[in-house]
Design a protein around this ligand. Structure first.
Ligand code: NAD
Length: 483
């Protein structure tokens, strides 16, 4: 069976203790490869390589760093078909989605931060009262840790790595052990792009072992983490007392608020996507739908048949809307929530595992809509992270806001209305890091990205990410006013 390897100091290598984990293809349930079950020794090896590479990389001119990252973006884009197929098979998502979104975005991340670093500037403050000038240096932190989840594997892995490298840091990075394949391929592109050995080191393995070893390493200065809220809390418990810089991008339970005055057709099409894209496994999916009562029945009459018509199948099958969910264990978790429909609401469609003839052992869940009468239930309070949405009617703007905010999470929210004043009022009052009005997943990489409440701490994106990956140092110089 094929074995993927760690990528350390510019070379692929086996884990030191020769321990391995199995990787599976969600579409078929078959074992695909083995991946390193790295531990603290492998992380130490990666750290040493990163530490050795830091002095030179941090002093490399910005133009050179930029051009290497842009070359990396080009190489990823040039191998779109191969990477998209690898991503789709490893994650279970439709090939069309990986081809249109995941891999182009991974390439765009490197291109964006390759360009952004050339525009990153710091401030100067002149103080005439004391005849002094302050200027702020933005220095790279050193070796940093990047840990990413399985839902958008290369997309989110590169979203962290690109700004860290652009800012002059060296990196020890761990992809999810559930979707390691495209991250394992990245090392080859790094070498081809001319990234010096040791600047990026990729260590595979389980969170509590390899991940925890990165978080707890005393030489690793910052942790950029995307994943579940419980994991984020565990990471903070280790890293915060070590005074590491921490960026935590965590779970979501996002409201999709639909007012009666919206553009109904556009809302319907986009709501299908915001509910079920990537099998509902996007932290930004609008999994709680609130519909104003005047159009509630009309919405149900249009939405439910459209959900039932969505095609579910293996990643590489033509014409599918949804693929498999990422693992057997995750499928079982999702089904444990759909089983709550009976006690907490009413199942309007889906709710069950799907048997796909050509792939009987794959992990397929039917797109599910559950009607609920309250936000005070597990279906509305807990992140399911699958193709499952709840729907509930509301009367007024005030009620919609109260329902939307009645949740521990605060990542994103979507609002559908043609009333501009309302869109601004509601956006201001929503407890979320990102609000989309009459659109969804409409991303401009320059904007701050992150959540409030249990959805995280810190912001990624644009200069926010470059600020995170640098330490501001103020230098104050007093000058003589007379010669
Ligand atoms: P997870 O928290 O289980 O794992 C994420 C990563 O952390 C993996 O690489 C894992 O190996 C590692 N990890 C696990 N335990 C660790 C530990 N103790 N120390 C260090 N690392 C550890 O999350 P997941 O199941 O892979 O991803 C799904 C979650 O990610 C969902 O909650 C989703 O909302 C969230 N997510 C958030 C965003 C965002 O931008 N806010 C984006 C995508 C996904």
């Amino acid at each position: 069976m094929e074995k993927l390897q760690n990528f350390i100091d510019g070379k692929y290598c086996d884990p030191i203790d020769d321990q391995w984990l199995d990787n599976y293809v969600p579409s078929t349930g078959e074992r695909s490869q083995q991946i390193p079950a790295s531990n603290v020794k492998d992380v130490e090896r990666a750290y040493k390589a990163a530490k050795k590479a830091f002095p030179s990389w941090s002093q490399t001119p910005i133009e050179t760093r930029s051009s290497i990252l842009i070359k990396l973006a080009d190489l990823i884009a040039a191998d779109l078909d191969k990477l998209a197929k690898a991503e789709a098979l490893d994650n279970g998502k439709p090939l069309a989605l990986a081809t249109k979104v995941d891999i182009p975005r991974a390439s765009a991340n490197f291109r964006f931060f390759g360009n952004a670093i050339t525009q990153f500037a710091s401030e100067a403050h002149e103080n005439l009262a004391s005849d002094s000038i302050n200027f702020t240096l933005r220095q790279p932190l050193g070796v940093v840790g990047c840990i990413s989840p399985w839902n958008l594997p290369l997309y989110l892995f590169s979203w962290k790595i690109a700004p860290a490298l652009a800012a002059g840091n060296t990196v020890v990075a761990k992809p999810s052990e559930i979707t390691p394949v495209t991250a394992a391929l990245l090392g080859k592109y790094c070498n081809e792009a001319g990234l010096p050995a040791g600047v990026l080191n990729i260590v595979h393995g389980k969170g509590p072992e390899a991940g925890q070893a990165i978080v707890a390493h005393s030489g690793i200065k910052a942790i950029s983490f995307t994943g579940g809220t419980t994991t984020g809390a565990a990471i903070a418990r280790t890293a915060a007392p070590m005074f590491k810089k921490l960026s935590l991008e965590l779970g979501g339970k996002n409201p999709n608020i639909i007012f009666a005055d919206c553009d109904f057709e556009k809302m319907l099409q986009v709501s299908l996507k915001s509910s079920f894209a990537n099998q509902g496994q996007i932290c930004l999916c609008g999994s709680r739908i609130f519909v104003q009562e005047e159009i509630y029945e009309k919405f149900k009459a249009a939405f439910i048949p459209a959900v039932k018509a969505l095609k579910v199948g293996p990643s590489l099958a033509a014409g599918i809307d949804l693929g498999a969910v990422v693992s057997k264990q995750h499928m079982e978790k999702i089904l444990s929530y759909t089983a709550l429909a009976e006690s907490e609401g009413k199942l309007l469609c889906g709710g069950q595992q799907l048997q796909i003839k050509e792939a009987p052992n794959g992990y397929y869940v039917a797109p599910t809509v559950i009607e609920v009468g309250t936000t005070r239930c597990r279906l509305q309070q807990e992140e399911i992270f699958g193709p499952v949405v709840t729907i509930m009617p509301f009367k007024t703007e005030e009620e919609a806001l109260a329902l939307a905010n009645d949740v521990p999470y605060g990542l994103s929210a979507t609002v559908w209305t043609s009333n501009i004043d309302r869109s601004i009022r509601v956006s201001k009052a929503l407890e979320a890091g990102i609000v989309w009005v009459n659109t969804w997943l409409n991303r401009d990489l320059r904007t701050p990205f992150g959540g409030v409440k249990a959805s995280g701490v810190g912001r990624e994106g644009g200069f926010e990410a470059l600020r995170f990956f640098t330490e501001p140092k103020n230098i104050c110089i007093q000058y003589k006013t007379n010669t």
